[in-house]
Design a binder for this molecule. Structure first.
Ligand code: NDP
Length: 315
């Protein structure tokens, strides 16, 4: 049977039973922790109840059950929707907030928790659900070091490797987003290659070796440009942005000829063209970091259609 009271040192609450939360409950049960859980859709808990976890009738009951409360929800809007009615039970709780969001959302969440007598440790999980509970999976945390140290065994039950980045609750969210900004665009580029291959009679498996070779070449390229970018060097001695624009146009036209969606390659061409128009034709394509450092044109979706006073400056 599971144990769900604060008297048992090895009992944890998990709120949110998506693929991640479910994997976390499983990992905690595997290590002998008692688990109390809550999920908006109660049926997702059925198999975990069969394994000994306890389904609480409300978020407030789940929070009241244990000092450590893991939050694994879709976003911070969900966190607030779930926890606000449970606010009176938060006093003394340690919220392991493994919900993805922006650094500012994480900081605001931590402030809100503090107002109710709780502390938040923000976590960015660098693992898929299958890696949860595995020794080589990792989570970056930030927030109170004392809470991180005191609850380290629980953290290590969730992912084998844990790292405390600092007291600022936004740091872990920032680290997570630094990974995600590359992950999502990299995977989208792989999907684009696959649709282009399929339009030409090839399968994903056919292009896998060359895709892996391309990806494997990137760390060296990152290192080369990182040093120059930090030194403010964008010399066109190795590559020129004008060449890059021509190359990205070839990519766009190849996709257009194949009759597949060109949104992604067209966006890449647009950025290269803006860089050339801003006077960087003879510079390296690393000069695009100067372009990307400022808000884009009013059509930039990140501006929500609002014209921003500070941009665009390079267009
Ligand atoms: P999901 O979005 O699949 O599910 C998370 C949970 O959020 C579900 O239990 C869902 O409840 C609940 N939820 C969403 N909105 C609300 C709401 N308004 N009120 C109450 N409950 C709500 O996420 P994952 O489990 O995949 O991931 C959890 C977090 O971990 C996310 O922030 C994600 O970005 C992050 N993450 C995910 C990874 C992955 O590979 N899946 C990898 C690394 C991090 P219900 O069941 O009722 O729909």
């Amino acid at each position: 049977m599971s144990r769900t009271t604060t008297e048992h040192p090895g009992a944890v609450t998990v709120i949110g039973l998506g693929p991640m939360g479910r994997a976390m409950v499983g990992a905690l049960l595997d290590r002998g922790y008692g688990v109390t859980m809550w999920n908006r859709t109660a049926s997702r808990a059925d198999d975990l109840v069969a394994r000994g976890a306890v389904l609480a009738p409300s978020p407030a009951d789940a929070v009241a059950a244990n000092e450590v409360v893991v939050l694994s929800l879709t976003d911070y809007a969900a966190v607030h929707a779930v926890l606000e009615p449970a606010a009176p039970t938060l006093n003394g709780r340690v919220l392991l907030n493994l919900t993805s969001g922006t650094p500012e959302e994480a900081r605001a969440g931590a402030r809100w928790a503090a107002e109710h007598g709780a502390v938040q440790l923000t976590g960015g999980v660098n693992s898929s659900p299958t890696g949860i509970g595995q020794p080589d999976s990792a989570t970056l945390y930030s927030g109170p070091r004392e809470a991180f140290d005191r609850h380290r065994p629980v953290l290590e039950a969730l992912t084998g490797r844990v790292d405390h980045q600092g007291e600022d609750p936004g740091l872990a969210a920032l680290s997570y987003q630094l990974g995600m900004v590359m992950f999502w665009t990299s995977m989208l580029s792989f999907w684009q290659a696959i649709v282009l291959a399929r339009a030409n009679g090839l399968t994903a498996a056919d292009i896998l070796p060359s895709a892996v070779e391309t990806a494997t070449s990137l760390p060296e390229t990152f290192a080369f440009y990182a040093e120059r970018i930090d030194a403010g060097v964008h010399d066109g001695d190795v590559d020129r942005l004008a060449m890059g624009l021509a190359s990205t146009e070839h990519v766009l036209h190849t996709n257009a000829e194949a009759g597949v969606d060109t949104t992604l390659p067209a966006a890449v061409v647009d950025l290269f063209r803006r860089g050339v128009e801003a006077g960087h034709a003879e510079d390296s394509f690393s000069a695009l970091v100067e372009l990307l450092a400022k808000p884009g044109p009013p059509t930039d979706p990140g501006t929500d259609g609002r014209v921003r006073e500070d941009g665009p400056s390079l267009r």
